[in-house]
Design a protein around this ligand. Structure first.
Ligand SMILES: [Zn+2]
Length: 513
């Protein structure tokens, strides 16, 4: 795609376009995009100076230069005359409105999202996991609304919350944003979905005198239909450069990616998908023993741009394989489709760390309505199952938990053996199993520092991160695994692990633990 405004001489339009100018000239071998009507006029003046479209476009521009006239135009006619979906054309408004200096507004962009709540431990050791609470997280920006279109504001909002790669504003409508400002209560906020609603709100905002703080609120539950087709690609090191674009009908015997031969028979749909699935399963085998399946066979993990392991289920491979076979743009052996299947890391946390929305109850792209959810593919259901599993796993061993006393059973055999004068390394206490060690250390953290890390026990156990090696694990890795934990808390945890380990090793061990 060439953008005409980036060229010194406007690229030569096709005859079709000269006949009937639009936002995209798709009749050329490489399509040309026109960013605004000025760009169209420039191309027409250069290549067809006598075109009657010039007068028409200039009349449009003149009319649009008046803000209120422009509102009326949009109001009466819906989409602009040459509108093509998916091509943003807001810059035309921006260019035109430059006549006056537009005011800048301090703006808070709030994204309503689900925040996991720490598990609560009652006195009798019962663990309850509260539902994730939906809260707004705000990011502060300075926005010149007069120069920004609705879609541009939405893009700024997505970028502020680092989800710009995941969502794309609808060219005609949505996602809805609530907007209010100084002097207006949130209750009286307007919900803006269309360009017209946006223009009206901005006109009203600009009529205000004095300092005005603006708040825009987006709800993660409303964003799902606006997901982009693909996710960010994995690290370049994972990518085999010579891999042809999937779907580009590989010929018989051609090797792809990890040298998996491709069958030449592509006729039945299932076989096509199956071929892709087979390749994907081979490519994304995971050697990490903690990611192995129930039967001990190696697991399957896609590695995202941060190198994080995203477990891929059978259903995930089905979705991915079908997307490859259907030649969904951007989807390849390296890049899965932007499906909820690929949102969760192996540890159950959201892939996009702190800013990540958690799709909840939605069914599919372009469907904002909630419907009966499919048990197997619904992210919330599987997430709920996962949490449920984790909780039961935690509760079970917690009940007969041994507090760290010297009469704990583990120390008994050692004393007996010493009496029998069996040679053994001196003063090296028999270490409890890692899970117990982690549990004890977390208990001590709660007792001594009043910080409750019980919600993270499962993650620590899953990785066998015992207190003695916490220094090697390091801040970065811990924060990656536990995005919900504040940085200072992670630091205190590491310090606590050092102290805890030192106590364990000292001769007067465990007395004060
Ligand atoms: Zn893995």
């Amino acid at each position: 795609m060439i953008h005409s405004h980036l060229e010194d001489v406007p690229p030569k339009p096709s005859d079709v376009w000269l006949e009937n100018p639009g936002w995209i000239d798709g009749a050329l071998p490489t399509p040309v995009a026109y960013i605004d009507k000025h760009a169209m006029v420039r191309a027409l003046r250069h290549w067809d100076p006598t075109s009657h479209h010039i007068d028409q476009l200039e009349a449009d521009l003149l009319r649009e230069s008046d803000f209120h006239d422009r509102l009326a135009a949009i109001n009466s006619s819906g989409p602009p005359p040459f509108h093509t979906p998916h091509v943003p054309h807001p810059s035309s408004q921006a260019t035109v409105l430059h006549a006056a200096i537009e005011p800048e507004f301090p703006t808070t962009i709030s994204l309503l999202q689900y925040i996991p709540q720490p598990a609560k431990v009652s006195k009798n050791g019962r663990v309850t996991q509260p539902d994730a609470a939906k809260k707004g997280i705000g990011k502060d920006l300075q926005l010149v609304f007069g120069d920004l279109s609705r879609t541009e504001v939405l893009r700024r909002a997505f970028d502020a919350h680092q989800v710009g790669l995941q969502y794309e504003p609808g060219p005609q409508r949505g996602p809805p944003m609530k907007m209010w400002w100084t002097g207006r209560q949130k209750g009286g906020a307007t919900t803006i979905e269309t360009d017209l609603e946006y223009s009206n709100a901005i006109a009203s905002l600009k009529s205000r005198k004095g300092k005005t703080q603006v708040t825009i609120e987006l709800d993660v539950d409303e964003l799902y239909p606006f997901r982009r087709a693909i996710l960010d690609a994995p690290l370049p090191s994972n990518v085999v450069k010579s891999t042809p674009i999937p779907g580009a009908a590989p010929s018989n015997g051609l090797l792809l990616g990890t040298h998996v031969p491709i069958m030449d028979s592509f006729s039945p749909e299932t076989q096509v998908n199956g071929t892709w699935i087979l390749q994907l399963r081979t490519k994304w085998l995971c050697q990490d023993p903690t990611h192995a399946g129930e039967n001990g066979a190696p697991g399957h993990c896609w590695r995202d741009a941060n190198g994080c392991h995203i477990g891929v289920s059978n259903n995930g491979f089905k979705v991915w394989g079908a997307a490859c076979a259907a030649r969904v743009e951007g989807v390849s052996l390296e890049c899965p489709p932007n499906s909820p299947e690929f949102d969760f890391r192996r540890d159950g946390s959201r892939r996009d760390t702190n800013s990540g929305p958690r799709p909840r109850g939605q069914t599919g792209p372009r469907s904002a309505k909630r419907e009966a959810t499919n048990d197997a593919s619904d992210p919330l259901v599987s997430f709920g199952k996962l949490i449920g599993g984790l909780i039961s796993a935690r509760v079970a061993p917690a009940t007969p938990k041994h507090r760290n006393t010297d009469d704990s059973p583990v120390s008994t055999p050692r004393k007996r053996r010493r009496r029998d004068s069996t040679p053994e390394p001196p003063s090296s206490p028999i270490a409890p199993p890692p899970s117990e060690e982690i549990q004890r250390c977390v208990d001590a953290f709660l007792r001594k520092k009043r910080i409750d890390w019980t919600p993270y026990i499962d993650i620590l156990m899953e990785h066998s991160f015992t207190p003695d090696i916490m220094g090697m694990v390091g801040m970065v890795r811990l924060q990656e695994l536990l995005p919900a934990a504040p940085e200072g808390e992670v630091m205190r945890w590491m310090k606590h692990c050092d102290e805890y380990t030192a106590r364990q090793r000292s001769p007067k061990k465990r007395r004060t633990n």
